[in-house]
Design a protein around this ligand. Structure first.
Ligand SMILES: [Zn+2]
Length: 316
């Protein structure tokens, strides 16, 4: 049986797993990202790869690493990660030297798009877009059966498209008015504060926001309990998401948009379900289906495993 190792590096967690080409995971590890220095971070990746590889490591086909952030695939490095302090790290060459295995680097959401296409919500589709709405917003596009990468491997940084020309909110990347700054898990509390400035009623969520601050989960919980301010935040957020989804539809012309990420997975009725109808009114191109990932929060990790197998291999 052909086995590969996948590593998924998010803003907070590193997950590593040994798996096969059908997405079956045999061993898995999760740890907090060690962002105290490039050398320590690479050491952490090596240790986790050795742990999940175990006695199978010599037989493993390769190692796929999905990283959140701006990449330079030509040099095999991570340039910048908005949600951690990781900067300017060469990943492929040092790990290949230490482990004696080929290392494939790709964006974590591109890895997710790959997994959706091979074993997830996009099986049989030649044109699909994956959107991950979690701490940040990222995505990947497989168009005409090929993964779009661009000159450095960042063809799909949809979370940083401008959806507010006034740039009222600052993004984790330092830019202003970016999609991620409004409707991601890290953006929603700031978006709620912005909307609160114009809101004249009093609600429980607003009191909470003023007293001790809120996180994204509080907004959705309050919306489920009928809080009117929470309903407004969720509605305004859906409007912006629909604009962004329409832009993606016009740019990529996909048959399906698959949505993952913790915010979407845990709040499907607010984040994913309203998209198809809204999108149909906004897009120029014929609208795609919009559906939640069937792979849960594993899609990036699974895609990193799958990137090792030759017939679904990706290189710049
Ligand atoms: Zn940004």
């Amino acid at each position: 049986m052909e086995l590969g190792i996948g590593v998924d590096v998010g803003g907070t967690w590193v997950r590593a797993a040994l798996g096969d080409r059908n997405g079956k995971i045999l061993r898995k590890e999760s740890k907090f990202v060690n962002a105290r220095g490039n050398e320590l971070f690479l050491g952490q990746l090596e240790e986790m790869i050795r742990q999940v590889g175990g006695e199978d490591l010599p037989q493993v086909t390769g190692i796929g690493i999905g990283l959140a952030g701006r990449l330079d695939l030509g040099k095999g490095k991570l340039v910048f990660s908005p949600h951690s302090s990781l900067r300017d790290i060469e990943v492929c060459e040092p790990l290949e030297r230490r482990l004696g295995k080929s290392v494939t680097l790709l964006n974590d959401n591109v890895a997710a798009a790959l997994a959706e296409s091979v074993i997830g919500g996009g099986v049989g589709q030649r044109n699909l877009v994956y959107v991950g709405i979690g701490t940040g917003i990222g995505g990947g596009a497989i168009i005409d059966g090929r993964i779009l990468l661009g000159k450095d491997g960042n063809a799909h940084e949809m979370g940083h498209m401008t959806i507010d020309p006034e740039g009222k909110l600052e993004c984790a990347c330092g830019g202003r008015g970016h999609w991620e700054a409004y409707t991601s898990g890290s953006g929603l509390p700031n978006f709620a504060k912005l909307l609160a400035q114009e809101y004249r009623e009093r609600t429980l969520l607003l009191d909470q926001l003023k007293d001790r601050g809120i996180v994204a989960k509080d907004i959705f919980t309050a919306a489920r309990l009928g809080d009117e301010f929470a309903a407004l935040v969720v509605e305004e957020s859906a409007k912006l998401n629909a604009i962004a989804f329409a832009n993606l539809t016009n740019l990529y012309d996909p048959s399906v948009i698959i949505v993952g990420g913790s915010v979407a997975i845990n709040n499907k009725e607010f984040v994913v379900d309203p998209m198809e109808d809204r999108l149909a009114k906004l897009s120029f191109n014929s609208p795609p289906k919009v559906k939640i990932t069937p792979l849960g929060e594993e899609s990036s990790l699974l895609g990193a495993i799958l990137s090792n197998f030759s017939d679904i291999h990706i290189r710049v």
